[in-house]
Design a protein around this ligand. Structure first.
Ligand code: NAD
Length: 291
């Protein structure tokens, strides 16, 4: 690693707080070494208030780009010079690219979801997708699926403040992607929920339900709603296998996809934006398996 760093090495980094646990530096530095790219990736602990100043400093230092984690995703979206259509709808950026001295902001969480499904042999194009939740992860998935040609995106959220966010997302998507049928419902509408699960091709838990320390949570308590050809996805990656995933597998769903792959693939998408190259996914998985 040290031997790679020279006077010409360009900086990439993660900003947000906390960042100490992040797997992004290891992942991207591995890929830079793999491709022989003259970049290095670090993580900086930056608060929301510090983010605009950090962006100016990184520009001054000629950084190639950066990732953004909580709590800085929204403030960064407000401070980039240009923003992708998906990131604009969501109002958040997790990847920023230095394009000729201008910061262009993107969001790759939803791309990560779509690429992870593709890695499992599932294409969202033309599909009816039911997404529970309206927070950061769920909104990114809803927007990306609409942009990738899903036939319908049906959003269910509990009766909490995120329900209004779901309605806002639906209104923006209706304007930008009128060909995609968007509906919003409250999770309290039990019969509507059950009918929607029966009609969906892909079911996504985009909420934190089932996440540690509440591993016993799930949004599908009636196992008869699972069927072999229903693709069941969870954004939760801690635990790796959630109760939803376990019960979907037990009930015979052929494709059950967890949140861990989405994390990897959002990084893959960011890497492509910065370098134009494909992230060495196979080699990285082998390296991780051996270490
Ligand atoms: P958020 O706080 O922005 O949104 C939380 C969502 O969960 C809201 O829609 C809220 O209504 C819903 N929710 C919370 N408790 C609920 C309950 N008891 N019943 C029904 N709905 C409930 O959170 P976020 O950043 O979107 O993260 C959500 C989950 O996704 C977390 O587990 C997070 O770790 C995971 N995540 C995964 C990835 C990935 O790449 N796999 C990326 C981001 C987030």
């Amino acid at each position: 690693m040290e031997a790679r760093i020279k006077g010409t090495t360009q900086l990439l980094c993660l900003i947000g707080t906390p960042v100490g646990h992040s797997g992004s530096p290891a992942m991207h530095n591995f890929a830079f070494a793999h491709h022989g790219l003259d970049y290095a990736y670090l993580a900086f602990d930056i608060t929301e208030e510090q983010a605009p100043e950090a962006m100016k400093a990184l520009k001054l230092l000629g950084a190639k780009g950066f990732n953004v984690t909580m709590p800085c995703k929204n403030i960064v979206a407000k401070n980039v010079d240009e923003i992708s259509p998906e990131a604009e709808i969501i109002g958040a950026c997790n990847t920023v690219v230095n394009e000729n001295g201008r910061w262009k902001g993107y969001i790759t969480d939803g791309t990560g979801f779509v690429l992870n499904l593709r890695d499992h042999g599932v294409d969202v194009k033309g599909k009816k997708i039911l997404v529970c939740g309206a927070g950061g992860a769920a909104t990114a998935i809803q927007v990306q699926c609409a942009f990738e040609g899903a036939e319908a995106v049906t959003i269910f959220n509990g009766n909490d403040p995120f329900l209004d966010r779901a309605r806002e997302t639906a209104a923006k998507l209706a304007e930008k992607k009128p060909e995609c049928k968007i509906e919003v419902h409250c999770l309290d509408e039990k019969e509507v929920f059950e009918t929607a699960v029966k009609e969906a091709d892909i079911f996504v838990n985009g909420t934190s339900v089932g996440m540690k320390p509440h591993e016993d949570g799930t949004l599908i308590t009636d196992s008869s709603l699972f069927r072999e050809d229903l693709v069941v996805c969870d954004v939760v990656y801690n635990p790796k296998e959630t109760r939803l995933m376990r019960e979907a597998k037990a009930a015979g769903c052929a494709k059950v996809i967890g949140g861990e792959g989405m994390l990897l693939w959002q990084g893959v998408a960011a890497f492509k934006l910065w370098t134009g190259k494909d992230f060495p996914v196979k080699e990285w998985k082998e390296y991780q398996g051996a270490n």
